[in-house]
Design a protein around this ligand. Sequence first.
Ligand code: NAD
Ligand code: DAU
Length: 349
Amino acid sequence: MTTLLITGGAGFIGSHVVRKMVMDHPDYRVLNLDQLTYAGNLENLKDIEDRPNYQFIRGDIVNEPFLEELFGRHQIDSVIHLAAESHVDRSIANPTAFINTNIVGTVNLLNACRQSWDGKKGKLFHHISTDEVYGSLGSEGLFREETPYDPRSPYSASKASSDHLVRAYHHTYGLPIVISNCSNNYGPNQFPEKLIPLAINNILHMKPIPIYGKGENVRDWLYVKDHATAIDLIFHQGTQGRTYNIGGLNEWKNIDLIRLLCRIMDQKLNREPGISEGLITFVKDRAGHDLRYAIDSTRIQNELGWKPLLTFEQGLTRTVDWYLENEEWMRRITSGAYQSYYDQQYGNR
Ligand code: NAD
Ligand code: DAU
C-alpha cells in the first residue's frame, strides 16, 4: 500500500485534497499531518474521518525531531505539502511565523524525505505554492512558469524561498519533486479572513464589507475543487522537476466581485436588491498591495488535459449556499472554539 503524507490537510485547500485522495485512491494510506493552528479544523474532514485508509496526526513541521520520528515510524512514499501560514495580512503583521513554517518547516520536510528516500525509487515531493511568487502584473500579461520570481510581501517571499529550496533539493540531491503555483482559491471551508468568506459572513450579519483602497486590484479566482483535481493530476502524471501553473482564467476586480456577491446574497436572503451593496466600505489599502495576478495555465491544460469545470457564477453560488448551510461552522471557527478542544484531545506538540 502506498503511504501518502499530506501536510496542512485540516486547512482550506488541504481538506479538499485529503478528501479527494482518500476517496479516489482507496489503495493509498493517507496520513494528514497538521498542527491545527487557528486555520486548521478537523470538522472539515468529518465525513471521511472513519475511512480505513485515513489517519490524522497532529504535529508541527517546524519540529525537526518530531518529523524524524514520524518518518521513522511510517514508510512514507510521497508527500503533498500544503501546510503553511497563508494569509498576506497576517504576514505583514507578523512575518516571523511565515519564515518558520513556510521556509524552515519546508526544509525540515525536505530533509526528512531526503534521509528516508535515499536511493529509493517511486518517491515524490509535491510542493503546493502560489502565483504570488511572480510578483504583481500591470494591466497586461499573464504569469507563465518561466516568469522571474519577484515576491513582494513577507508571505510571498516565504513561499518563493520554499519553492527555490524545493528546486535546489532536486538539482543538488536529486530529490524527486514537482511544484504547482496556483491563483486565488475560493469555496467551502475557507477561513473567513480571506476576501470571499469574510464578505459572505459580513453580508449575512449586515456588517460593513471592507474593501482595500479603491477595490481596483485584480485576482484570478479558481474553485477549490478544480485546484484539488489539478493537484491530483500533477501528482500522478506531472513530470518530475517541473513546475505547473494553475489558474481559472477568471480575473475579477475586487469591487466587481463583491458587487456580484452582493447580488447573489440579496437573492439568497430574500433582501431587496441593493441592500447588501450598501455595506461596501472602502478602507485603508493593504501595505504593498499587489495590483494584479493572472495565470497562464497552458502547460497543465496541454500536457495533462486539465481545465476548470465550474464557471465563476456557478462556483460562487455553490460557495454562498455552503456558507449559508454551515453557519455553525462559521460561528465556531470565528470564535476559536476548536482550539482548546484540540489541545485537550491531541496535545499541543
Ligand atoms: P490554510 O491557512 O487554510 O491552511 C493551512 C493549514 O496548515 C492549516 O490546517 C494549519 O493548521 C496548517 N499548518 C500551519 N502551520 C503548520 C505547521 N507549522 N505545521 C503543520 N501544519 C501547519 O491555507 P490554504 O489556503 O488551504 O493554503 C494551503 C496551501 O496552498 C498553502 O501552502 C498556500 O500557500 C497554498 N496556496 C493557497 C492559495 C489560496 O488561495 N488559499 C492559492 C495558492 C496556493
Ligand atoms: O494568489 C494566491 C493567494 O491568494 C494565496 O497564495 C494566498 O494564500 C491567499 O490568501 C490569497 O492571497 P490574497 O491576498 O490575494 O487573498 P485575500 O483574500 O486576502 O485578498 C484578495 C483581494 O481582496 C486582495 O486584493 C486584497 C483584497 N481584500 C482582502 C481582504 C481580506 C480586501 O479588499 N478586503 C479584505 O478585507
